[in-house]
Design a protein around this ligand. Structure first.
Ligand SMILES: Nc1ncnc2c1ncn2[C@@H]1O[C@H](COP(=O)(O)OP(=O)(O)OP(=O)(O)O)[C@@H](O)[C@H]1O
Ligand SMILES: N[C@@H](CCO)C(=O)O
Length: 303
């Protein structure tokens, strides 16, 4: 690497859980966090999007902190960088903004610090920081991911070619993941644990066998987290009803909320988005696609 190298790091957003897959299932979406990075004499972060404008502009920035910490794990002192940051991912809305920022920080440390990390190493580092592998796995691998984090290890599979489209309905208010996790029970009875895990198992089997109505039914039957969180999202039931009567096969809270995510068969996303926007005028409604690539790093030589 020369001093004049510039890196572009692009990381997709993600939705987690897909209903019952709590802390385990994620899906990468085509909204992006993009960083342009070059070495500098000090740490500087310029937020180019409105959404990011109140964040720190020096090494206190979350992405720099992740990068510095990642490099330090391998006893590497990261040289300071100037970073231009752009993002389409709204913060604290359930679309994996923190996970994308963690993956971006790890990719930055990897490329600038010459760490040569494998995907598996990046996934473990990111999972430890985020606490669960669903969003970070989707942002790193792309596609639909199913993961298991225990005993300091993450096992994950990712799947491509799902003929579905997505519409997200994003309320204006933010909901921090921490607040949305605080309403969950500390423990579940054996009966509930069996029901919760069988619902998740059947949901993923139904999605992968393209049995859309069964996948949608299992999304709705989740008992892990949605019954506790839905009261925090006042419009959930109205959005669900409108989406289902306009062609969505499944509706769930996106991650920790407040975004509501609607799943429909390929080709229907745009119309479903228009139908939802016509009813929920005060919310941001977007048709999205699955990102199948995950995070990407490009070296741009500047002379
Ligand atoms: N691009 C970014 N740069 C710096 N900090 C960020 C960035 N994206 C997210 N964050 C930090 O993460 C916080 C949001 O994380 P939180 O886990 O609450 O929501 P989320 O990741 O958007 O939602 P979810 O985890 O439910 O998908 C922000 O308030 C901010 O502190
Ligand atoms: N699985 C996580 C995703 C949000 O970070 C949750 O539902 O809390």
């Amino acid at each position: 690497m020369t001093l004049k190298d510039r890196f572009v790091i692009k990381v997709p957003a993600s939705t987690a859980n897909l209903g019952p897959g709590f802390d385990s299932i994620g899906l990468a979406l085509d909204l992006y966090l993009t960083l342009e990075v070059e070495k500098n004499d000090k740490w500087e972060c310029f937020s180019l999007s409105e959404e990011l404008k109140d964040l720190p502009t020096n090494e206190e920035h979350f992405i720099c902190q992740v990068a510095i910490k990642t490099a330090a794990t391998y006893s590497v002192e990261l040289p300071p960088c100037k970073i231009n940051i752009n993002s389409d991912i709204p913060l604290a809305r359930g679309l994996g903004s923190s996970a994308a920022a963690i993956i971006a920080g790890i990719e930055l440390a990897d490329v600038v610090g010459g760490l040569s990390l494998t995907k598996e190493e990046k996934l473990l580092l990111a999972t430890k920081m985020e606490g669960h592998p669903d969003n970070v796995g989707a942002s790193l691998y792309g596609g639909l991911v199913v993961g298991c984090y225990q005993q300091n290890e993450v096992d994950m599979l990712s799947f491509t070619n799902l003929p579905i489209e997505i519409v997200v309905v994003i309320p204006q208010e933010i909901l921090l993941t921490k607040e949305s996790r605080d309403v969950l029970p500390a423990a579940y009875s054996r009966r509930d644990a069996v029901q919760a895990s069988s619902t998740a198992n059947l949901m993923i089997a139904a999605l992968l066998s393209q049995n859309w109505s069964l996948a949608g039914k299992m999304m709705e039957q989740d008992i892990f987290h949605q019954p506790y969180r839905k009261p925090l999202i006042h419009s959930f039931h109205d959005i669900e009803k409108t989406a289902k009567s306009n062609g969505a096969f499944g509706v769930a809270l996106s991650g920790a909320g407040p975004t509501v995510i609607c799943f429909t068969e390929k080709g229907n996303g745009r119309q479903l988005s228009l139908d939802l926007q016509a009813v929920f005028l005060e919310m941001t409604v977007k048709p999205l696609h699955i990102d199948y690539f995950g995070s990407k790093v490009k070296v741009v030589e500047v002379y």
